[in-house]
Design a protein around this ligand. Structure first.
Ligand code: NAP
Ligand code: GDD
Length: 324
């Protein structure tokens, strides 16, 4: 019998890569959209005839109960979230409803309807925020610096709590930033690769960015979805940091991306305070030793190669005239 998996947020970056990976492993993949008629399908267009799509919303418990009753999944991957940090400052309550309480709703639906299903929660290195130690591991205390980070801390602990209280096979993956050509245009790596491609093709002359000194541990999204799946294949549920262990500044990201296109970034990049955040996360660097030892997971794509892939993909896309 084929295993059935439910992925919330299937139309997002990670959802599309995870759907591909699970199809390769022989799964029957069920994806959740909140507004099927309004959804931008570009990341999953090529999978449309191989997956089943359902309408449900993390804001609505009944829709999640109906979903799980219908699918009776073996595995549930909760990737849906309001995932953009600046938007969480603009809409902190909505972010809490979706990114924090949405996890509780899905766990509750799981407990009621599919208690044997294995559950993955998409937790985040943003929970470390104002970091207490470098690098960060599973035991590093949290100090979130945005309403998004605060909401993810709730999502993390409610997942741990349902495991401890009700015996659910629930895992929390604390993933550091991961990117690729399917990243939303608002996140800094994709904003830079898109900006570089536009400048190279003569469609723009400058790129306005915020804090160039922030440092992140950037990995490649297709590598990271394998870690999610591996967590749910273990004998016991647990929580894992997933990261490359290497960090770069936004300035280094910019230098690397512009040099891929043979451009001098100093001639085009302007710092614009509009892109600064009320509170910044200055540095994230993960220690994924546990994932390496217990899951046998390691990243396969370097930062430099990832930036190259992203710039080349945006050059091709813009030459075709595609919007995203
Ligand atoms: P993404 O591209 O923003 O995808 C998130 C998806 O969630 C979108 O498809 C969105 O649907 C959906 N969604 C939003 N609100 C919803 C709701 N109320 N009900 C149902 N679906 C809803 O994010 P991603 O980069 O793939 O990340 C996947 C998950 O991992 C997120 O939870 C994110 O917070 C977390 N995470 C990401 C990273 C990273 O670096 N990418 C790192 C750590 C953790 P629409 O298309 O309709 O907006
Ligand atoms: N978005 C953006 N736009 N970020 C900028 C810009 C800009 O113009 N200029 C500088 N930055 C800096 C931000 O201040 C931040 O320090 C860093 O670039 C990364 O920003 P994002 O790419 O927006 O990602 P993030 O680190 O805030 O959040 C992402 O990673 C988290 C994991 O640590 C998101 O994917 C979250 O959902 C995820 O949990």
């Amino acid at each position: 019998m084929r295993k059935r998996a439910v992925i919330t947020g299937i139309a997002g970056q990670d959802g599309s890569h995870l759907a591909e990976w699970l199809l390769e492993q022989g799964y029957e993949v069920h994806g959740v959209l909140r507004r099927p008629l309004n959804t931008r399908f570009w990341r999953i267009e090529h999978l449309r005839d191989r997956i089943t799509l359902h309408q449900a919303d993390l804001l609505d418990l009944a829709s999640l109960i109906h979903l799980l009753r219908e699918v009776q999944p073996h595995e549930i991957y909760n990737l849906a979230a309001q995932s953009f940090v600046p938007a969480s400052f603009a809409a902190p309550v909505l972010t809490g409803e979706v990114t924090a309480l949405g996890v509780a709703r899905l766990l509750e639906a799981t407990r009621l309807v599919a208690p044997e299903a294995r559950f993955y929660q998409a937790s985040s290195s943003e929970m470390f925020g104002k970091v207490r130690e470098v690098p960060q591991n599973e035991r590093t205390p949290f100090h979130p610096r945005s309403p998004y980070g605060v909401a993810k801390v709730y999502g993390h602990f409610i997942t741990v709590n349902y495991r401890e209280s009700y015996g659910l096979f629930a895992c929390s993956g604390i993933l550091f930033n991961h990117e690729g050509p399917r990243r939303g245009l608002e996140f800094v790596t994709r904003k830079v690769s898109d900006g570089v491609a536009r400048i190279k093709l003569g469609l723009a002359d400058e790129l306005r960015l915020g804090n160039l000194e922030a440092q992140r541990d950037w990995g490649y999204a297709p590598d990271y979805v394998r870690a999610m799946w591996r967590m749910l294949q273990q004998d016991e549920p647990s929580d894992y940091v997933v990261a490359t262990g290497v960090c770069h500044s936004v300035r280094e990201l910019v230098e690397t991306a512009f040099s891929v296109a043979g451009l001098d970034w100093r001639r085009h990049v302007r710092v614009d305070p509009a892109f600064y955040r009320p509170a910044e996360v200055d540095l994230l660097q993960g220690d994924a030793s546990r994932a390496r030892q217990e899951l046998g997971w390691r990243p396969e794509t370097s930062f430099e190669r990832m930036v190259e892939i992203m710039v080349e993909a945006d050059l091709e896309r813009l030459r075709r005239g595609d919007v995203v």
